[in-house]
Design a protein around this ligand. Structure first.
Ligand code: FAD
Length: 433
């Protein structure tokens, strides 16, 4: 049996290098480039600043480590990726500098599995090289969590698909070379058998981005990166269908499972960064003649933060280990992914709130990274599906291993159990006088 919590020294050296590189080269980018799309938009001024950093990462053989060697990655597996992502989570730019940014990471996996040779040549390589951006568009304005309400359709007409309908919150659509769009191709069957994914190239006539929604408080309204798109008789070639017709959700699973774990891994990095700030602050600030760190109510907060982050981190790494073990997103893996997905906003909310509280006024100001961290929490409870839906997955999977009690009273009913236990061991009791 093997059961280890240790990182081998060779990989630890890589992690140490990544840690220094992220602190010295990536975190400063966060302070300079503050546009909503800067880490992902190939035309943003940040792209030029990131280019040499990407080359260094590639030389170090740390580029796109979520991918297997056949796609130019290192094939490290999810546990090593988790340890890396914890560090990358410190910076908004670091995932892009290391070639693991969402949604491109998942989209590349879909293209690699289901794209034609032509699509791979045209889009996959530049995407893997970090030269272009891509978009995954599934949510509609009237329905996100419930795909059964999707109405954006694609109808076959000769050698083409004709798309009609609307999509909402299509992240990075405005600077993407292509979009992977979930469309209903058969309205006669349940959505999980009637939806398909179609590749739509940038500039295809009939695809219009009506506006770009922003999240968080710091972006000018209308200047966000989440596209509200209308398709009107938008024609794409028949071979732009990825995977089989009606297999859209199966194809989507290729990307969504991994994406959710990666968000959680990066959130560990955010939490650790917040805790570092908290510990420095309470050792630096005095009130009523003593350091904040000596007050028991501060120690209570530190201990709670530590325990929560540690538990969450172990759960994330355990899930990563499980994916490496099973090498697929089976039911057991999906349960853990759903559990950490639902836990993410909760643990961030509780930990970051304490850290802000201990910082006093500066903690709620725009003079530390804390307010940005705080503003990002609600979107983590929503992106890739709301917490409620993931909790349903967790609960349903857990309940599959149980069944109802056969009789009126529970199987653990003490009275009944004691009667049985007395039959077994009662004769050892001293006789009552
Ligand atoms: C920052 C960000 C980026 C995103 N990027 C993309 C993207 O690139 N591509 C894309 O396709 N989508 C994207 N989305 C959309 C995201 O996937 C949806 O927001 C999400 O699936 C929820 O859909 P909705 O917004 O329509 O909310 P709704 O489906 O209307 O749900 C609203 C609320 O209802 C409750 N609820 C919903 N279902 C249940 C249930 N079964 N049981 C109990 N309560 C329930 C929950 O409280 C939920 O938060 C993004 C969202 C955000 C915030």
């Amino acid at each position: 049996m093997s059961w280890s919590f240790e990182t081998d020294s060779e990989f630890q050296e890589k992690l140490d290098w990544i840690d220094t590189f992220v602190r010295e080269e990536c975190e400063p980018l966060d302070l300079v480039f503050r546009g909503a799309g800067d880490p992902w938009d190939p035309d943003s001024p940040a792209a030029a600043a990131m280019a040499p950093l990407k080359e260094i990462v590639k030389e170090k053989r740390l580029w796109a480590c979520h991918l297997g060697p056949e796609l130019g990655g290192e094939g490290y597996g999810q546990v090593k990726l988790g340890l890396m992502n914890e560090i990358l989570g410190r910076s908004r730019f670091a995932p892009s500098v290391f070639g693991t940014q969402a949604p491109d990471s998942g989209n590349a996996e879909i293209l690699a599995h289901f794209g034609t040779d032509h699509q791979k040549a045209k889009y996959l390589q530049p995407l893997l090289d970090g030269k272009i951006a891509s978009c995954y568009s599934m949510t509609e304005p009237q329905a996100g969590s419930d795909p059964a309400q999707f109405t954006c359709t694609a109808t076959r007409d000769g050698d083409e698909w004709v798309i009609n309908g609307e999509k909402w919150f299509a992240s990075h659509a405005r600077f993407s070379e292509f979009l992977l769009v979930m469309v209903v191709t058969n309205t006669e069957v349940p959505i999980h058998e009637g939806a398909s994914i179609i590749l739509v190239e940038k500039g295809t006539p009939g695809m219009d981005i009506m506006r770009n929604t922003a999240v968080g408080p710091y972006v000018e309204q209308g200047n966000g990166v989440h596209g509200y798109i209308r398709f009107t008789d938008c024609r794409v070639p028949a071979d732009h269908l990825l995977g089989e017709e009606g297999q859209g959700f199966l194809v989507a699973q290729t990307r969504l499972g991994g994406g959710r774990v990666h968000h959680a891994m990066r959130s560990v990095g955010v939490l650790q960064k917040a805790m570092d700030m908290m510990c420095e602050r309470v050792l630096s600030r005095t009130t009523k003649g003593e350091l904040l760190s000596t007050k028991q109510m501060t120690q209570d907060k530190i201990a709670d933060c530590y325990t929560q982050v540690f538990q969450y981190r172990l759960h994330v790494l355990y899930t990563a280990w499980l994916i490496d073990k099973h090498k697929e997103y089976n039911r057991e893996v999906r349960k853990e992914i759903a559990a950490i997905k639902a836990a993410t906003p909760k643990v961030l909310q509780e930990v970051i709130y304490r850290v802000m509280q201990l910082h006093g006024s500066i903690g709620v100001s725009d003079e530390t990274p804390l307010m940005n961290m705080w503003a990002n929490i609600p979107e983590l409870g929503m992106v890739d599906g709301p917490s409620e839906v993931h909790k349903v997955t967790v609960a349903r999977t857990i309940l599959r291993d149980y069944e109802a009690a056969p009789g009126l009273f529970p199987t653990y009913h003490t009275h009944t159990q004691r009667e049985l236990a007395m039959k077994k061991y009662g004769h050892f009791l001293p006789d009552e006088k």
